[in-house]
Design a protein around this ligand. Structure first.
Ligand SMILES: *Cc1c(COP(=O)(O)O)cnc(C)c1O
Length: 431
């Protein structure tokens, strides 16, 4: 048996043994996984982009379609989960995923919309304190949202956005450098706005330390958890984060374009004076239907809702959250570390490989995803892997992202992916 220095064997049987010991193995059966031409499931390593469909999602969506058909308006009060209270059915589960109190979270809108809503409330620039700290390679939508908010307020993005960049020759940010930059910006810094896990490199930032440093210099701290929610352990409340937003179609498997999440720390959520973009659904539930002319926000994150919620989008989220509750974030994280660590070890064992792992080696500084840089031939590698039934994705420049997810992926799939990568790289080297 060939054993890797990390204690991992490259033998196929080792993968099967790990799967036999996996306490979460049963969850895979609860998903419909996309199949290749031969009818067998593809190795779907894109839960970081669009989670696959939990089988139970269909029944819940159909139930709501039936409610619409048979009850119509009365479904607001008479459906099994009354539509007016739908938020009640999801907020506890959602809060557990992000480490918040139930009143600090809400499902509403979509992700980029929520970035705008949170910036409208929590980005309050003054003449001297107006800078926004973002990470290098932030997701484009986040950049666009921030830049457009700055322009709306007559500020110049080139002047106001401070980008935290890795050191020359390094692909990810050092926590110490990031904390130092926050201290350096000090009184100039109005907002720290980072992706919790960077979509491009897969780096999981030390969100507790960053929140602490940001708040110490008097800045507001907000996170985009698109790649973190349902992927890595989060403690938004205890970290004292001011606000956060995330989508639910990536690791949370709630379906394409599904409703997004938002977190508002209770120290802001209970303050009706926090300015916001208001709508009737954010009004106090008790007086919402009085339809009065003045807006009295509901307490907590729900006070940021504007519209009545899209029930057909919320229904699959119920399934997804129920699965997260049954699995538990601790068990999910532990299997995730095992899958991703195994993948990293197998890739490191490929002899004379030009493949570079951009994602940190430290398991506490990453989630499921590994971002692999294949110099000048990234797209080719991605396409060849796809031929082999391995589904990752391609991101500029020359980056192939693969993310084994603990709810539905297996160690054997990791082995198959690493084996395919080894063969494809050998083929490239021989060509
Ligand atoms: C996926 C992702 C988005 C996508 O935004 P939508 O509004 O849901 O289309 C935005 N930001 C980050 C960091 C993402 O990872």
């Amino acid at each position: 048996m060939t054993v890797h220095p990390g204690g991992v064997s490259t033998e196929e049987g080792f993968a099967k043994t790990l799967d036999q010991m996996d306490p979460l193995a049963g969850f895979r059966e609860e998903f419909v996984l996309p199949c290749g031409k031969d009818g067998s499931p593809l190795v779907y390593f894109l839960g970081n982009s669009l989670g696959p469909m939990p089988k139970a999602a269909k029944a819940l969506v159909e139930e709501e379609l039936d409610n619409w058909a048979t009850l119509a308006i009365d479904a607001h009060f008479r459906a099994r989960v009354p539509w007016v209270d739908y938020q009640e059915a999801i907020k506890e589960g959602m809060a557990r995923v992000v480490g918040a109190e139930p009143r600090e979270v809400v499902a509403m809108n979509t992700l980029t919309v929520n970035i705008h809503f949170m910036l409208a409330s929590f980005y309050q620039p003054t003449a001297t304190r107006f800078k926004i700290l973002m990470e290098d390679r932030a997701f484009p939508s986040d950049r666009y949202a921030v830049a457009s908010q700055l322009r709306l307020r007559g500020l110049d993005p080139a002047e106001a956005i401070v980008v935290a960049k890795p050191r020359t020759g390094e692909s990810t940010l050092r926590t110490d450098d990031l904390l130092e930059l926050i201290r350096e910006q000090g009184d100039d810094l109005a907002l720290v706005f980072l992706g919790g896990v960077n979509y491009n490199t897969g780096q999981f930032f030390d969100l507790g330390a960053i929140a602490d440093a940001g708040r110490r210099v008097g800045a507001v701290v907000g996170y985009d958890l698109a790649h973190a929610a349902g992927n890595v352990p989060l403690s938004l409340h205890d970290w004292g984060v001011d606000f956060a937003v995330w989508c639910t179609y990536k690791y949370m498997n709630a379906g394409p374009g599904s409703i997004a999440g938002a977190f508002v720390h209770s120290r802001h959520g209970d303050d009706p004076k926090v300015p916001r973009l208001a709508g009737w659904w954010g009004n106090e539930a008790d007086t919402r239907f009085v339809m009065g002319p003045s807006f009295v926000p509901e307490k907590g994150a729900e006070g940021w809702q504007v519209s009545n919620p899209p029930i057909l989008s919320l229904a699959p989220l119920r399934t997804a959250l129920e699965q997260f509750d049954r699995a538990g974030m601790t068990a999910l994280r532990s299997k995730s570390e095992s899958l991703t660590g195994y993948l990293a070890a197998l890739l490191a064992a490929i002899p004379s490989s030009p493949l570079q792992q951009l994602t940190p080696d430290d398991p506490t500084a990453r989630g499921c995803q590994l971002s692999l840089h294949y110099p000048s031939r990234g797209r080719w590698l991605h396409d060849r892997l796809r031929d082999e039934g391995i589904v990752g994705d391609y991101r500029e420049p020359d980056i192939v992202r693969v993310a084994p997810a603990p709810l539905f992926n297996t160690h054997h799939e990791v082995w198959r992916a690493a084996d395919a990568i080894r063969r494809v790289i050998a083929e490239d080297g021989a060509a």
